[in-house]
Design a protein. Sequence first.
Length: 116
Amino acid sequence: QVQLAESGGGLVQAGDSLRLSCAASGRTFSRYSMGWHRQAPGKERELVAVINWTNGGTTYADSVKGRFTITRDSAKSTMYLQMNSLKPEDTAIYYCRYDAYGGGYWGQGTQVTVSS
């Protein structure tokens, strides 16, 4: 089992920044990537960014390229999402995703609200 602890959401104004964190604990030896997904009201959950845990390779949704940066701290088993130049359309619940060989896990979600 893997436990995920998310933090860092909140209410900000357009143009502000936030940093989300997701710490993984438990049986993490088979991890191969972690990522962030988001779900806005009335919309499907979508991928925001993902990072390969071994080589640090990253992938971003077109809507966040140049504004969001995903990073990892292997020693702390923690993933981060630095979100800059936030827009109202970034408002959503942000979910941490942990993928491992044989399965994956979701975090409980953290709310990000961007006011105009």
